[in-house]
Design a binder for this molecule. Structure first.
Ligand SMILES: Nc1ncnc2c1ncn2[C@@H]1O[C@H](COP(=O)(O)OP(=O)(O)OP(=O)(O)O)[C@@H](O)[C@H]1O
Ligand SMILES: [Mg+2]
Length: 395
């Protein structure tokens, strides 16, 4: 769940921590982790990564050190703080306020006070995420089978697992898509239903239409029972869905089928970056040129937004990187090594490469590519022009 509040509960008394943990665990919009101070330790945030949204600190007799360790952090890096401590200790309250406490409560806790603190933070978190523009990365192949789905699946996994981005992977290949299998998942409901209901969905309801691989990585795909082709999907529904996803996630990665219709064009037009996979062959290169020309001419997409990913790269192949660069001026070109054994095994067992083959050259390349995506801000571009409906993909 992306709009869940990450709360760190810290203190020295095991019984008090367990009791409060129980209360917080009853809420589906809060995720609690607990840190019990032992011996001389007093810093709630020591070795805690990523920084939680809030710290609830049950201060002990060592309250001075506990609060000072928080006060030492720059205000900008301090999560919201709620301090729970003995009543009537004016010095404690003063130091708590200096450490940035938003509230001070004393046992026995009044559930309403705790509720107010959490509800305010949840409101702030929702507002903050709705003002942020997610990054949209579209992955499309210049020729069938050149690795677009492999790339989309592994990039989204790295964005979530190594780069700590809340990521959703959308499989727009409604007929032949198999992205959930790359994660050993099988959605029971998903993209088609979400598109049907998108005008009435909110962020909470959206959760029913994704399946989660791990915290921070959700997959949205059609189910095998859905009998819809991408050309039947209205583009305005896709735009509404992208907008909603953009409020819930940092990164949206879409596996786009090579059939340019209103729906796929909507994704490509809104994309911050479009990754085009190809292999080294004359026909792949010709198709890549044609695709780039269509994106330029019909969708008004600049070359600077495009990256050609030459997959299964072989430096001895007669079609060289220089040839590819020369045929596609202004388009960034990168390579991915050939590793049939690891890639096919990773797909077969439904485990992404960063888990299955962490140090392999292909995984490292994918990590570099994912990192380079995060170096620019997401825009979720608004449309600059209308496209004419295209026949290109039918050729
Ligand atoms: N770098 C690589 N090294 C070796 N094999 C690869 C590599 N990338 C992809 N493959 C293999 O190529 C096959 C096709 O990959 P993938 O399904 O990702 O392509 P696609 O472009 O999405 O194809 P489709 O047109 O079916 O959508 C997969 O079976 C995968 O094992
Ligand atoms: Mg594919």
């Amino acid at each position: 769940m992306r709009n869940r509040l990450e709360v760190l509960l810290a203190g020295r008394s095991k019984d008090d921590l367990t009791e409060l943990e129980k209360v917080l665990n009853e809420r589906s919009d809060v995720r609690v982790s607990t840190k019990m101070f032992v011996n001389g330790h007093a810093d709630p945030l020591q070795d805690v990564f990523p920084t939680p949204d809030a710290v609830i600190l049950l201060v002990s007799r060592n309250w001075q050190a506990e609060l000072e360790s928080l006060q030492k952090r720059p205000a900008i890096n301090r999560p919201a703080l709620l301090v729970i401590g003995e009543e009537g200790n004016a010095e404690l309250i003063k130091v708590a306020m200096r450490a940035g406490a938003r509230d001070f409560l004393s046992p026995p806790l009044n559930e309403g006070d705790l509720e107010n603190f959490l509800a305010q933070l949840l409101r702030e978190k929702r507002t903050e995420s709705s003002h942020k523009a997610a990054r949209l990365t579209a992955v499309i192949n210049a020729k069938g089978g050149s690795g677009a789905s492999t790339l989309a699946a592994n990039l989204s996994h790295i964005l979530a697992s190594s780069l700590d981005k809340r990521t959703v992977l959308v499989d727009m290949d409604l007929q032949f898509g198999s992205l959930p299998l790359y994660f050993n998942l099988s959605p029971r409901t998903g993209l088609i239903r979400a598109l049907e209901l998108v005008d009435s969905l909110d962020l909470l309801a959206l959760e029913g239409y994704v399946c989660s691989y791990q915290d921070g990585l959700d997959i949205m795909a059609a189910t095998p029972e859905d009998r819809v082709t991408v050309s039947e999907v209205p583009e305005d529904r896709v735009e509404m869905l992208l907008k909603l996803l953009g409020e819930a996630y940092d990164d949206i990665v879409v596996d786009v089928p090579r059939w340019i219709s209103g729906a796929t064009a909507a994704v490509l037009e809104h994309a911050d970056k479009i990754l085009i996979t190809m292999e080294q062959s004359v026909t792949d290169l010709r198709d890549a040129q044609q695709l780039v020309a269509v994106l330029r001419r019909e969708l008004n997409i600049a070359e600077s937004q495009l990256t050609i990913v030459v997959n299964r790269f072989n430096k001895n192949h007669p079609v060289t990187i220089k040839d590819i660069g020369g045929a596609l001026p202004g388009v960034r070109t990168i390579t991915l090594p050939n590793d049939f054994k690891r890639v096919s095994q990773s797909i077969d067992i439904g485990t992404p490469l960063a888990e299955f083959a962490a140090g392999a050259p292909i995984t490292r390349r994918l990590q570099e590519l994912a990192k380079s995506l995060t170096e620019s801000e997401g825009q979720l571009r608004t449309r600059a022009s209308r496209w004419s409906l295209l026949n290109w993909a039918r050729q």
